[in-house]
Design a protein around this ligand. Structure first.
Ligand SMILES: [Ca+2]
Ligand SMILES: [Ca+2]
Length: 113
C-alpha cells in the first residue's frame, strides 16, 4: 500500500509466528481490521508475501478462512476474529499495518495506523 511507502516501509509481512502474534496484539490494541502484505492475487489459493512473492511461512487464518475464493485475494487481520486472518476483497477500506527494517532494533517494527 502506497501509504506505507511514505514512511519508507511496506505492508507487514509476518515471517514467524512470533512476528505474526506481535502484529495481531498491536492491531488489537488499536481495534478494527488491518491489511497486511499477503495475497493470493497471482494464483488463487497460493498465499504469498507481496514483496518477495514467496509462499507464506506462517498461517494465522481463522478456522473457516480463507473462504471467499476469487472474490477475496488479500489478507486482513480481521477485528471480529480478534485479529486472526481473513481473506477479503482487496479494494475494501481497512486500516493497515506497515513494517520497516530498523537496524538498531532486532526484527521489524510495525507501524499501526
Ligand atoms: Ca483468493
Ligand atoms: Ca473471507
Amino acid at each position: 500500500m502506497s501509504v506505507c511507502r511514505v514512511f519508507d516501509s511496506k505492508l507487514a509481512e509476518p515471517m514467524t509466528s512470533e512476528e505474526s502474534s506481535f502484529i495481531i496484539s498491536q492491531s488489537q490494541k488499536v481495534g478494527g481490521s488491518f491489511w497486511i502484505g499477503i495475497s493470493d492475487i497471482i494464483d488463487e489459493d497460493r498465499w504469498i508475501y507481496s514483496t518477495g512473492q514467496e509462499p507464506i511461512k506462517v498461517n494465522n487464518f481463522q478456522l473457516g478462512e480463507p473462504n471467499s475464493h476469487t472474490a477475496a485475494n488479500c489478507v486482513v487481520l480481521y477485528g471480529p476474529f480478534r485479529g486472526k486472518w481473513a481473506d477479503d476483497n482487496c479494494i475494501t477500506l481497512h486500516q493497515f499495518v506497515c513494517e520497516t527494517n530498523n537496524e538498531s532494533a532486532s526484527g521489524q517494527i510495525p507501524v499501526v495506523g
